[in-house]
Structure formats: C-alpha cells, structure tokens
Design a protein around this ligand. Structure first.
Ligand SMILES: NC(=O)c1ccc[n+]([C@@H]2O[C@H](COP(=O)([O-])OP(=O)(O)OC[C@H]3O[C@@H](n4cnc5c(N)ncnc54)[C@H](O)[C@@H]3O)[C@@H](O)[C@H]2O)c1
Ligand SMILES: [Zn+2]
Ligand SMILES: [Zn+2]
Length: 405
C-alpha cells in the first residue's frame, strides 16, 4: 500500500509499504478513505519536534472503513465508517476514565510517565505508524474510534479526528464564559477551530492574530476580528481594541515554529531581541540547526516564544492562557515573571480527542457548524509530498489539505 514515510529531517517520501495486520485483541485495521496534513507533521519534518524514527508512517488524522478487528473490539462491525482520534488511550486506566485520554497510563509503550501516545509521532510518543496511508492499524480501537453519523460526511468527520477537538480543547482549557473576549494566536486550521469553538462556548469577541492574509480572511469568515502582526504591533492593537484592558483569555495555536515580525518598520525587532530568539532556537530545536539545509527548505520558525510572549503581554490581569500549539520537551522559554506579576492562569496540553469527538459529532450532525469549510484542498495521496510543501510554505489558499487514497 502507499504511505507517507518519514526518513530524516526534511526527507519524507511516498512509498509502498506492507499492509498492517491485527496484532492485539483491541486492534482494528481501517481502510483509510481520507487523511490530512497537520501543523504537527510539519514540526516533525522541520526537526523542531525531534526524535522521529526513520520508517515511521506519518499522519494522525483519518477516517475510514473498518476492514478487520480483534476479538475485543466489540462495539464495531467490519464495514463501519469511523473517525480515528489522533491520540491513543486504553479506556480503562484512571486517566482515560477521567477523560484525560492523552495521558493514558497504558497506550504509550515507553511507560506510564512517558506522556501522550499518538499516531505518526516521535519515539517518545510510541512510534506508532500513522494514518497518511491506504490502511492503518488502530490500537485500542474500541476506545479511539467513533462511528460516523449517517448525516456526517467523510470530510466533516475528518475534521473531528484532530483539529476541531483540539480547537475545542483550547477553548475549554481557556475557561471561556459567555461574553469573554478571547485572543487566538495563529489562524492555521487549529486556530480556525479555536475561533469557532470559542464562539460556540459563548465568547463575546474573538481577536485573531496571524500574518497570512488568506488565513486572516478565513478567521473573519468564522467571526473573528483580525490583527496582522506584520502590519501593526499586536499588543498595542489588542489594547486599543479592548479599552486598554486586554483580553480575558488567550489561546496559543502556533507552537514551536512561531515567527517574529519581519517587514513593517513599525514592528521591527531590536538586534538584542533577534539574538534572544536565535538562542531560544539553539536550545529548543538543536536538530533543526544540525540539519540546517534540509530543514530550511520546510520553512521553520525563527522565534519559539513569540506567540507566548504576546499572549502574556496582551491578556488582561488575572486572565487565562491556553497553550495548544505544540512545543517539544526541550522548549524552556516562557515569560513566567510577567505572567506571575499579572496573576495569570496557564493551562496546556495535548488534546484528549476521545473526550470531545462524540459531542462534536452531534454538533456537526445537527448542521450548526460546517467544519469542512476549513478544508481548502483535496489531493490524492500520491501528491502528498507536494501538498506538504505547499502547506509548509503557507501558499495563499493552502490551509488544510485532505489526502485521498
Ligand atoms: N495540542 C494538541 O493536541 C494539538 C493538536 C493538533 C495540532 N496542534 C498544534 O497546533 C499548532 C497549529 O497547528 P496548525 O495545523 O494550525 O498549524 P499551521 O502551521 O498551519 O498554523 C500555524 C499558524 O501560526 C501562524 N503564526 C506563526 N507565528 C505566529 C505568531 N508569532 N503569532 C501568531 N501567529 C503566528 C502561522 O502563520 C500559521 O498560520 C501546531 O503547533 C500544531 O502542532 C496541537
Ligand atoms: Zn493534527
Ligand atoms: Zn488509559
């Protein structure tokens, strides 16, 4: 079968690989009818999320049809249409039972303290083969898969595999109340769903920050007021738009590949600030620097803590920040002193997908949200490497790419 395989930083290939088989009584094998490329995949290809094992199939977003199942997958039948949650949880440990599926004690083969297990990720997450393939093995399939309602299309359900739940998780972590003013940093696919979810939870206003016009346009379509950080000072703009108070909540949907402003003189950085960001990169993403030429072709960021700094500076005193943008374990740069002096609450993490998918399936089924509007391209899996490139370069209009077999 065809699959997108990680070889090295900057080196991913479309290859023929053996089809997966049932290995455990909780497994299912799913014929993938749609998968997608995510900002998280880009961190791995760029080397800013280190530790990928060569030979790992990439991808953690997928929908498909159950092809085979182990004897303990008792809630599905061969032929069922399913969405696969990105993170893997056993469903029986105390964490899963409390809804913290991404902190499952049993799913990660590196042990209970190893943290989140997910498809197509680095060694520390279990080196599970991913979903950008024609077929996939789903461990703990009885827990991680959710049946797709008849009224929900594959495209809609694909958005429930990772990015809609993650945006919703971000809004949940941020503790949004009816009327809250929320800032969302990053208007990629995850940021779009953070905007949609904040409004779903009753936010009065959402201020969305990015530098890509087509993504800011999409954010406006989804109901946000937009700020382009290449054109104006983000913190000043947020102050101006909030009567000098700041936002109640901030959601970081950017992560380790954040960039700092480059163009407008009004927002130029001092040489010292640029030097500090260079130092952050050396500490947070050493593999990026040791593979500079390969990584540069995939447009890595240049300012790991930029979105976090803006969030801390622009949120109101006693406000909350939710960090859903992914940072590697090596990331040590957070403006804690400033956050402390403002009595901020910081919450972060990997989405507990399985906790949210059934509820979001109902919302989509009812027709009140049209998640497929975030998808901008549908490409055959044989064009996956080109599609990755367009997504990494943030080509106008290339925001969320569905890969089809
Ligand atoms: N926590 C989770 O469970 C989870 C799940 C899925 C994705 N993620 C993470 O969410 C993040 C976003 O994913 P995506 O698919 O939308 O990625 P993406 O790369 O498409 O989007 C990131 C966006 O941030 C913008 N950006 C860069 N620097 C910025 C800055 N300083 N301020 C504001 N915006 C800035 C970019 O222009 C881009 O539009 C990634 O870090 C991804 O790994 C986390
Ligand atoms: Zn994803
Ligand atoms: Zn568990």
């Amino acid at each position: 079968m065809k699959a997108v395989v990680y070889h090295d930083i900057g080196d991913i290939r479309l290859e023929d690989v053996p089809e997966p088989k049932i290995e455990d009584s909780n497994d299912a094998v799913v014929r993938i009818t749609g998968s997608a490329i995510c900002g998280t995949d880009l961190h791995m290809v760029r080397g800013t999320m280190p530790g990928m094992e060569p030979g790992t199939i990439l991808g953690h977003e997928g929908v498909g049809i159950v092809e085979d199942k182990g004897r303990n997958v008792r809630n599905f039948d061969v032929g069922d249409r399913v969405v696969i949650g990105s993170t893997i949880g056993c469903g029986y440990c105390s964490y899963c039972r409390a809804g913290y599926f991404s902190q499952c004690d049993n799913a990660n083969p590196n042990g209970p303290q190893a943290g989140t297990a997910f498809f197509g990720g680095p060694k520390a997450t279990g080196s599970f083969h991913g979903l950008q393939a024609e077929m996939a093995r789903v461990p703990f399939a009885n827990v991680g898969m959710v049946k797709i309602a008849d009224s929900v299309t594959d495209e809609q359900a694909l958005m429930l595999s990772d990015i809609f739940p993650t945006g919703y998780f971000g809004a949940d972590l941020a503790h949004i109340h009816p009327g809250s003013t929320v800032s969302v940093f990053g208007c990629g696919p995850v940021g779009q769903f953070a905007i949609i979810s904040s409004l779903l939870m009753g936010a009065g206003r959402v201020l969305a920050v990015d530098c890509i016009d087509s993504r800011l346009q999409k954010a406006r379509e989804n109901g946000a007021e937009t700020i382009n950080f290449e054109e104006e000072d983000v913190v000043e703009a947020i102050q101006e738009l909030t009567g000098g108070i700041g936002t109640d909540r901030a959601i970081d949907a950017v992560g380790i590949d954040a960039i700092h402003p480059h163009s407008a003189p009004a927002v130029a950085l001092s040489p010292q600030e640029i030097e500090e960001f260079d130092l952050e990169l050396q500490w947070a993403a050493p593999e990026l620097l040791s593979h500079k030429d390969q990584a540069q072709r995939w447009q890595p960021g240049d300012a790991p803590s930029q979105a976090l700094q803006w969030a801390v500076q622009s949120v109101a005193k006693r406000g909350s920040i939710a960090v859903i943008g992914v940072y590697p374990e090596s990331m040590r740069f957070f403006p804690l002193g400033k956050a402390m002096m403002k009595n901020l609450t910081i919450r972060s993490g990997n989405c507990n997908h399985r906790k949210y998918i059934p509820t979001l399936m109902q919302i989509v089924s009812a027709g009140s949200i049209k998640p497929e509007r975030v998808i901008t391209q549908q490409q055959p899996i044989v064009s996956a490497i080109d599609a990755y490139r367009m997504f990494a370069e943030k080509k106008a209009g290339w925001m969320k790419i569905e890969l089809r077999p």
